[in-house]
Ligand binder design. Structure first.
Ligand code: ZN
Length: 531
C-alpha cells in the first residue's frame, strides 16, 4: 500500500522533472558549438541532448562490435572456444527461455509441449542432467514408459541426478509388480539418501513383503534417527517386525529364538495382542505360568481380546469349568465393563452352567450391541434356563442376520483377516490391521432376512434353509480352540433344557450359520421322532 503510494509519487516527480528540464532547454539560449576540421557546427539546447542520446547508442554498438572483433582475433590466435563463447551468451539466453517454457508446460500438464521445449533447451544448453528431468516427467505424464525409462537411465550417469534416476526406475518396477528389482533399487536409493522419507517407506514395505525383518528394522531405525517417525510409533512398528520375525523363526522350528523375539516384541509394545499371546504361549511351554498370566493380564488391561482369553485358558488346559470360571476372575476383573470382558464372563458362566450368572454378565449387550456372538449366547442362556423352543429359535434367527462382530480389519482397505498378519494380504499396507467391527457386507443381510419366516416358521420347511447362506468368512474365535473343556461338560448334562439339545452352549462356532441351523434343526427332528 505504502509502496504503491511511493511509486506513484515518484512517477509524478519524474514526469514533472522531465517537463521542467525540457521547458528549461527550450527557453535557454545558446548551445554547443563543435568544430570539426575547420567547420563549426552549432547545436541548439534540445538538439544537443538528443545528440548525446544518439552518441550513447552508437557507443553501445561500437563496444559490441569491438568485443566480437576481440573474439575473432582470439579465435585466429588459437583460442578455439572464444568465438563460440561469444555466441553462446545468446544461445544460453534462448536455452534458459526454452527451459522455463518447458517447466511451465510441465506444471500446466502439457506433457508433449514440455518434452518439445526440453529438447529445444537441450540443443542450446547441452545440459542433459537439467533437461532430462523435464523430459522424464513429461514422458511419465504422457504415459510413455519406454521414453521415461530411457531418460531415467541417462540420469543415472550424473552424480547429481542419480537418485532421481533410481527413484524413477524404482517406481516403474513397482508399478509393474517387479518387487525384487524394486527392492534392490530402493536399497540403492536409500544408500544415496537415507533421509528421503518416501524411499524409507517404500523400502520398509518391500523388505517386510520379502520377510527381510532384520533389514526392515534397520530401515525403521533410520526413520527414527532422521526424525521421520514419532518414538511411540517406532516402538509399535518395531514390535510388529520383531513379532513377524518370531513367527518366521517359529516356522523354521527354532522355538527358542522365536520365544525370545516374541517376549521382546511384547515388552516393547504390551498392547500388541498377537505378541502378547505368542509370548504367553512361549512362557506356558516353559512352565512359567505366572509370567504368562501377568503378560496376558497386562494386555487385557490395554485391550481385551479373544486371543488373549484363549491363551489364558491354555495356562490350565485340564481344569473344570467351575475352576476355570474362578481362575478367569483374575482376567475378567480387569476392564470389567468392556464388551469383550462381559462376553467372556458370560461364556465362562455358560460353560459352568450358571445361566443366571451368564445373563447377569451379558447385561444390556443384547439390546445395545447385538451381533452374532451376543445373540448366540443369549439363545444358549434361554435354552439353559428352559425357555420354550420358539424363544431360542427367535434368538438364533436374529443371530443369523446380525453383524459378525469385531474382526481383524485392515484400516486401509477394510479387508477382513481371520488371523493377525503384519502386512495386509490385499493392499500390502504395513501394520494396518485393527480389531474392530467390519463394515456390513451388502450381501448377507437380505439373504438372512428372506429366510427369517422360514426359520421361525414350521419345522417342515426347515430342510430348505441351510443352503443359501453365503457370507464372507467370519473371524475365527480362538477361545473355542483354547477352551475345549467347556463344550463336552455342557453336552453331557444340559439339565434344565427339557428336550436335551446338543451343545447350544458353544457361543460362536467357526461356521456360525451352519452350526446355528443345526441347533435349530435338531429339536424339530426330535419332535418329529417323538410325535
Ligand atoms: Zn489392506
Amino acid at each position: 500500500m505504502l509502496w504503491s503510494l511511493i511509486k506513484i509519487v515518484l512517477f509524478v516527480a519524474i514526469v514533472a522533472a522531465l517537463t521542467l528540464g525540457a521547458g528549461y532547454l527550450m527557453d535557454s539560449t545558446g548551445g554547443v558549438m563543435v568544430t570539426v576540421a575547420g567547420t563549426e557546427y552549432t547545436f541548439g539546447p534540445l538538439q544537443s541532448v538528443l545528440a548525446a542520446i544518439v552518441l550513447v547508442v552508437v557507443l553501445y554498438v561500437v563496444f559490441k562490435l569491438a568485443s566480437l572483433l576481440v573474439a575473432i582475433l582470439r579465435f585466429i590466435n588459437g583460442d578455439d572456444t572464444a568465438l563460440s563463447r561469444y555466441f553462446d551468451r545468446n544461445r544460453e539466453r534462448k536455452g534458459y527461455e526454452a527451459l522455463a517454457d518447458g517447466l511451465t508446460a510441465l506444471s500446466a500438464g502439457e506433457g508433449r509441449l514440455a518434452m518439445a521445449k526440453a529438447q529445444k533447451a537441450e540443443r542450446y544448453l547441452h545440459r542433459p542432467e537439467l533437461t532430462d528431468l523435464i523430459t522424464a516427467q513429461a514422458a511419465e505424464m504422457q504415459g510413455d514408459r519406454r521414453k521415461a525409462e530411457e531418460t531415467y537411465k541417462r540420469l543415472l550417469k550424473h552424480d547429481k541426478t542419480r537418485f532421481v534416476g533410481i527413484r524413477g526406475i524404482m517406481h516403474q518396477r513397482l508399478a509393474e509388480g517387479d518387487t525384487d528389482t524394486a527392492l534392490q533399487l530402493a536399497e540403492r536409493a536409500f544408500a544415496l539418501k537415507p533421509k528421503h522419507e518416501e524411499v524409507q517407506d517404500v523400502l520398509l514395505r518391500l523388505q517386510a513383503g520379502h520377510h527381510d525383518w532384520k533389514g526392515a528394522r534397520n530401515t525403521l531405525n533410520a526413520k527414527l534417527r532422521h526424525g521421520a517417525l514419532p518414538r511411540d510409533v517406532h516402538r509399535r512398528r518395531d514390535a510388529v517386525l520383531a513379532l513377524s520375525e518370531a513367527k518366521d523363526v517359529l516356522d523354521t522350528g527354532k522355538s527358542m529364538e522365536a520365544r525370545e523375539a516374541a517376549i521382546a516384541a511384547n515388552k516393547s509394545s504390551p498392547d500388541l495382542i498377537p505378541a502378547a499371546a505368542m509370548a504367553a504361549r512361549a512362557l506356558i511351554a516353559d512352565g512359567e505360568k505366572k509370567k504368562a498370566a501377568r503378560i496376558l493380564r497386562k494386555a487385557w488391561e490395554a485391550r481385551p481380546h479373544p486371543d488373549l482369553a484363549a491363551a489364558f485358558a491354555e495356562i490350565e488346559p485340564d481344569e473344570t469349568p467351575a475352576v476355570r470360571l474362578r481362575r478367569f476372575g483374575q482376567l475378567t476383573s480387569i476392564n470389567p465393563s468392556h464388551r469383550e470382558t462381559r462376553l467372556l464372563d458370560a461364556e465362562l458362566h455358560l460353560a459352568a452352567e450358571d445361566f443366571p450368572g451368564a445373563r447377569r454378565a451379558m447385561g444390556d449387550l443384547a439390546e445395545k450391541e447385538p451381533d452374532a456372538r451376543v445373540l448366540s449366547i443369549m439363545a444358549a442362556i434361554e435354552r439353559g434356563e428352559g425357555a420354550p423352543d420358539k424363544v431360542v429359535r427367535g434368538w438364533l434367527a436374529r443371530a443369523l442376520t446380525a453383524p459378525r462382530g469385531p474382526a481383524w480389519v485392515c484400516d486401509n482397505c477394510n479387508t477382513i483377516h481371520a488371523d493377525w498378519v503384519p502386512i495386509c494380504s490385499n493392499c500390502e499396507a504395513f501394520d494396518s490391521l485393527s480389531w474392530k467391527t467390519p463394515p456390513q457386507s451388502e450381501g448377507s443381510a437380505p439373504v438372512g432376512a428372506e429366510m427369517l419366516p422360514l426359520l421361525v416358521g414350521g419345522p417342515e420347511e426347515e430342510e430348505k434353509a441351510p443352503e443359501p447362506v453365503d457370507v464372507s468368512p467370519p473371524a475365527a474365535t480362538p477361545e473355542m480352540a483354547g477352551t475345549p473343556s467347556e463344550t463336552p461338560t455342557a453336552e453331557e448334562d444340559p439339565a434344565p433344557a427339557p428336550e436335551a439339545p446338543p451343545a447350544p452352549v458353544r457361543p460362536v462356532p467357526t461356521g456360525p450359520n451352519e452350526e446355528i441351523l443345526k441347533t435349530i434343526a435338531t429339536p424339530s427332528s426330535e419332535r418329529q421322532k417323538s410325535g
